[in-house]
Design a protein around this ligand. Sequence first.
Ligand SMILES: C[S@@+](CC[C@H](N)C(=O)[O-])C[C@H]1O[C@@H](n2cnc3c(N)ncnc32)[C@H](O)[C@@H]1O
Length: 220
Amino acid sequence: MTRDSKHTVQVRDYFDDRVADYDAFYDPPSHFARWFNRVFRKAVYLRRDLALKAARAHGCRTMLDVGCGSGQNSVYFARHGVEHVFGVDISSEMIKLARELAERAGVAEQCEFEQLDFMKMAPGAKYDAVVACGVFDYVERAEQFLAHMARFANRVIYGSFPGWTLVRTPLRKLRYTFRGCPTHFYRRRELIRLFENVGFGRIEIQPVPSGYLAWAVREA
Ligand SMILES: C[S@@+](CC[C@H](N)C(=O)[O-])C[C@H]1O[C@@H](n2cnc3c(N)ncnc32)[C@H](O)[C@@H]1O
C-alpha cells in the first residue's frame, strides 16, 4: 500500500480535529449564528442547492458525495428525492457523524458512508451524479481528482471551486496555513481547461460570490 502524502495527512488531520466546528455550520446553536451563516456563509448552501438542481435536471437517482464531511448534504439529497447516496470522506470522524446524522434523519437506508481517500477508491459501481462540494479547496491534483470522479459517473460530475479575490484569498490562505491545512484556488480559465482535459461532457460554469460552481453533463 502506498504511503499517504504530506498533503493528504494534513487535510485528514485538519478535518478530524474540526469535525464539530464544521458540522455546526449547518446546525448552528443560536438564531444569531443561523442568520450569520445564511448571510455570510451562503456559499455552503448555494453549492449544495445547485448540486441537487443539476442532478434533478438530468434525472439522477443515485449519487456519490465525494468528501461528504459530516453527511449534511448527503442527508439533504436523500430527503429531496435522491434514492441512494454513497458518501465518502477521508476523515473517520466526519464519517462517524455522517452515519449518526443519517440514522437520526431517518434516511439510513438510503445513505451509505465509507471512510477513504477518494483517490484510492477502486472503480466499480457507477452513480448518476458524482458531486464534490467544498472539496476542491483541499485537493492537491485537481485534474486527477476530477478525472477520478468521472470514472464513477453516468450523467453528471459537479464541483465547487473557490475563486481568487484580492483580499479574501490571501487572508484565507494565511489562516489555513497557520492551521496546517493546504488550500487551493481556481480561475475560470483553469476550470475550463480542467473540465476540457477530463472530457466528460458539456461544461457549465456558474460564478458565485465565493468562486465557481462547475459541472459537466454527459448526454444520454
Ligand atoms: C469543507 S468539507 C465539505 C464537506 C461537505 N461536502 C459539505 O459541503 O458540507 C471538505 C471535506 O472533504 C474531505 N476530503 C478532502 N480531501 C479528500 C479526499 N482526498 N478524499 C475524501 N475526502 C476528502 C475532508 O475530509 C472534508 O470532510
